[in-house]
Structures are given as C-alpha cells and as structure tokens.
Design a protein around this ligand. Structure first.
Ligand code: PGA
Length: 249
C-alpha cells in the first residue's frame, strides 16, 4: 500500500481541521496509508476524529530535541505521544532554513521520537546550487548519515525518508521521475553502507515537493519509491482526494 503523507504546515484552526476530517473520513477509500501531519493545536481534534481509522495515522510536524522541561514554547516527545501522535516530521527544509536546525538537533529529535514510540518522517533534500554543481548525492548522504547516527538497524523500520528537493517545495517544479528513481538508489546505497544491504532495501522512501493530481501517479510508479508527501495539495480536501484517486495502491 502506498504511503501518502500530508503536511498541513501552519494551516487550519481546530474547527477547520474538524470540518476537513469529517469530509476526508467520509470519502476516503482506504486504498492508501495516510499520515496527516498537522499543527500541534490540531492534534486533539485529529486524535478524536481519527479514532478507529486503521489507514489514517496522526502526525505532528516537530518535536523538541530536549527532554527536560526548561524549554519554553516547545513540545516534548512524551507530550506528542500522549496527544496521540503516531508520526512526526523531522528535518523539513523550512525548519532547517528558517529555524537553523542542523544535523545534531535532527539526530536528537529522531532519537527522542523513537524512544517515545513515535515514527519518524525524515526529510532530506538538496538546494538548487547542490543540483547545479552535481552535489545531490553528497548532500543527501551527509544529511542521512548525520540524522541516523547512533541508531540501531532495527529502528529503521520506524523511519520513512522523504526526499524533498528544496527547490521543488511549493514551486510547481519537480524532478523527473527517472531522477527521483536515481535518488531512491542513492538513498538505498547510503543506508546499505551505513547499516546493511537489507536495511537499504527495506527503508521506506517517499517523494515530496509540488506533488499534485497530474504528477502524483508518475512519482508513485517509480521503482523504489513508496509514496509521496503532499504539502499545498492537501489543504483542500477535495483536491487531496483527487490526488489520492490517481495514486496506485
Ligand atoms: P508542497 O510542500 O507540496 O507544497 O511543495 C511539500 C512540503 O513542504 O513538504
């Protein structure tokens, strides 16, 4: 079953999210595994509305990289777990760029999420400059190695790698499916070398960046790609359902 991750970013009040989930749950055909990553303020309504939904999982968009309480304004792994979050996005490029999150912090966030029984969606991706200077493989390799440092191989089953080229996010531009396939190979090779060939083969990889109803199917058909991450395209429920309708099972 293809995985479809929705990143709502900083959108929707709790009442808007409730309306959205009423329509989504009513029309969802259970053909994909959905992970809805919503703002912290919506987790309560999300948890309530998604109770009993086997193929719609609740996700958050961030987690504190510390566990002690003296972190004003942050949300801990324990709190996320208690709120019902089953997944969390870590390393999104907006957080890397705007909030200066680096490899060490991302690594700590992953460790804390896993310790609290929360699965991780680890975003990695290159800039346009990396792409133009043929540094895609090096950039992705470094981001992966830093993020997954110190993890046990068996913990990788709780990690999905989201390949999100920074230049493709919200821009309407995307790599070609065959380029995504190549990146899938790069990611699997890096994981094989850092862990084992088995881990490289089994790691889940999704593509994210300007996914819409016209291109979603072609990305999902790439060999070694397990699904997509949708940002802007998930905000309108009918539009999101249209994207789902073109994605193979
Ligand atoms: P987009 O966002 O689908 O709007 O490009 C994807 C993301 O930022 O995760």
């Amino acid at each position: 079953m293809k995985k479809v991750i929705a990143n709502f970013k900083m959108n929707k009040t709790a009442s808007e999210m409730k309306e959205y989930l009423i329509s989504l749950v009513a029309k969802f055909q259970n053909k994909h595994e959905l992970v809805l990553c919503m703002p912290f303020t919506n987790l309560g309504v999300g948890e309530f509305m998604l109770r009993g939904q086997e193929n719609i999982k609740l996700g958050a968009q961030n987690i504190c990289d510390e566990e002690e309480d003296k972190c004003t304004g942050e949300i801990s792994g324990k709190m996320l777990k208690d709120a019902g979050a089953q997944y969390v996005i870590v390393g999104h490029s907006e957080r890397r760029t705007k909030f200066k999150e680096g490899g060490k912090s991302i690594n700590k966030k992953i460790q804390i999420a896993l310790k609290n029984g929360i699965k991780v969606i680890l975003c990695i991706g290159e800039t346009l400059a990396d792409r133009n200077t043929l540094k895609i493989a090096d950039t992705l390799r470094n981001q992966l190695t830093e993020a997954l440092k110190g993890l046990y191989e068996n913990e990788l089953e709780n990690i999905t790698v989201a390949y999100e080229p920074i230049w493709a996010i919200g821009s309407g531009r995307t790599p070609l499916p065959k380029e995504i396939e190549t990146v899938g190979k790069i990611i699997r090779k890096a994981i094989s070398e850092d862990f084992s060939p088995k881990a490289g083969k089994e790691i889940k990889i999704v593509y994210g960046g300007s996914v819409n109803q016209k291109n979603a199917a072609s990305f999902c058909k790439c060999s070694n790609i397990d699904g997509v991450l949708v940002g802007g395209g998930c905000l309108d429920c009918d539009n999101f359902l249209q994207i789902l309708s073109v994605i193979p099972q």
